[in-house]
Write a protein that binds this ligand. Structure first.
Ligand code: JFZ
Length: 415
């Protein structure tokens, strides 16, 4: 079972992923050719030569970028608890001041300022846990990085590890204060020994820094699902779903396929209910602006999260309730079962829940709700909660069933 041994991660539930790099300048299109895939892969998909791609750095000047405002929104408006920023994606360009490699935002761009440092400082200010993404295996800029050329044979991957990857990780772990998490990715070709070298390096500098499931050879501290894939069942241990609001990580000016806030709320609750964390991505544009369509969705989700934070953060995995409920998701804490109501209803019937109830209240303001506990004709337990008139037309709110027992008691279905 995956155990990060970090309570903050178990409690966090909802974090902000930020994909930002030179690809934001292309925004899904190069010399009139569009990419129909994730926009941060444009260099690879459209076969842009290294020397051509490198020229983008001269145009990187995100004058609108405001780390403080992004992190303030993430913490206060969106209700997120941690942030993971791409320090170096597959393109090989460092979004921080890297002493060992000049292909970075401070040395190679007219902007000249350290982006990672600005996020770090804002996270300290707003009490957000801070981590970074680092592409440890793929590096399309370094001749020995994976996928620099599609044919990976004949590369001296160890040289790339020793001369770029490890020195950069040391810089990142030494110069930016507490790093709570490193998000490695696409560990293609990396051996068990090489993975161990990276783990030893990280833990040697910051022992409490946790590593995601793509560190390599299943040697990370927690399980990372496929992007946007939610486990069907409750899953034990620590895990996380990385996810997008549209269909790309890096900014793509053609992609406005923003998910519906209701769907994001449902996914957050499914993930919390099954015991995981939701790491939801934004991709700022080349000027540093977060697309408005994306902000609108996160604002709306944030209203739910902030009104019902008690029923989300610090909750634990819920066992398997025997019925599919389109209108609800459960979360739980000791002695509390939270029912998140996602469609308008007149009352809440919880069939085959056998707990003794102490009180039922509306999470948003703790106002008590009338309830009945009993059995249906066949003997199955039922809890019925009456909802006040003003809620009858509403969706997206949570109620709490306070139980005498620590855990909900779900009865099996009987023939
Ligand atoms: C990777 C990256 O290639 C991508 O650019 C982005 O950073 C994303 C978060 O991670 O893409 C993956 C990696 C693994 C899976 C899917 C996409 N997977 O295991 O399903």
């Amino acid at each position: 079972m995956n155990d990060t041994k970090q309570q903050w991660f178990k409690d966090a539930k909802y974090g902000l992923f930020i994909h930002w790099g030179l690809y934001a300048l292309l925004a899904g299109e190069y010399k009139g050719q569009k990419t129909d895939r994730i926009a941060e892969w444009i260099m690879n998909y459209l076969n842009i030569p290294v020397e051509e791609y490198r020229k983008l750095a001269a145009d990187f000047n995100p004058v609108d970028f405001n780390a403080d405002e992004i992190v303030r929104k993430a913490k206060e408006d969106w209700g997120m608890k941690y942030l993971v920023f791409t320090s170096k994606h597959h393109e090989g360009f460092a979004m921080y001041n890297s002493p060992c490699n000049d292909y970075n935002v401070v040395k190679a761009t007219p902007y000249g300022k350290d982006i990672l440092k600005q996020f770090r400082d804002a996270c300290t200010k707003y009490d957000m846990k801070f981590g970074f993404y680092y592409s440890q295996a793929q590096d399309w800029d370094d001749p020995d990085g994976f996928m620099h050329t599609r044919d990976n044979s004949g590369k001296n991957f160890q040289r790339y590890l020793d001369e770029k990857c490890k020195p950069q990780l040391r810089e990142l772990l030494t110069n930016y204060g507490e790093i709570s998490l490193i998000w490695f990715d696409t560990p293609m070709g990396i051996s068990i020994e090489q993975t161990q070298e990276l783990i030893d390096l990280v833990k040697g500098i910051q022992p409490n820094c946790i590593l995601n499931g793509r560190t390599g050879n299943h040697m990370g501290d927690y399980m990372t699902t496929g992007d946007n894939f939610i486990p069907r069942l409750p899953y034990e241990g620590d895990w996380e779903v990385p996810a997008t609001v549209n269909d790309t990580w890096g900014f793509n000016k053609f992609d406005n396929n923003w998910k519906n806030p209701d769907d994001i709320i449902r996914m957050l609750l499914k993930i919390s209910s099954r015991g995981g964390n939701y790491l939801l991505n934004i991709g700022p544009d080349a000027l540093g602006n977060v697309p408005q369509g994306c902000v609108d969705v996160l604002d709306e989700v944030g209203r739910y999260v902030n009104d019902n934070s008690e029923a989300i953060f610090g909750t634990k995995r819920v066992g398997l309730y025997p019925y599919e409920l389109e209108w609800a998701q459960f979360t739980q804490k000791d002695y509390k079962l939270y029912v998140h109501i996602l469609q308008p209803r007149l009352r809440v019937e919880l069939l085959n829940v056998a707990n003794n109830v102490k009180e039922v209240y509306l999470v948003k303001d703790h106002s008590p709700l009338p309830y009945m506990v009993g059995k249906v004709c066949e003997g199955d337990s039922v809890i019925e909660v009456e909802l006040p008139k003003e809620l009858h037309e509403k969706k997206n709110y949570a109620i709490c069933v306070e139980m005498e027992e620590k855990e909900p008691i779900f009865e099996d279905l009987k023939g």
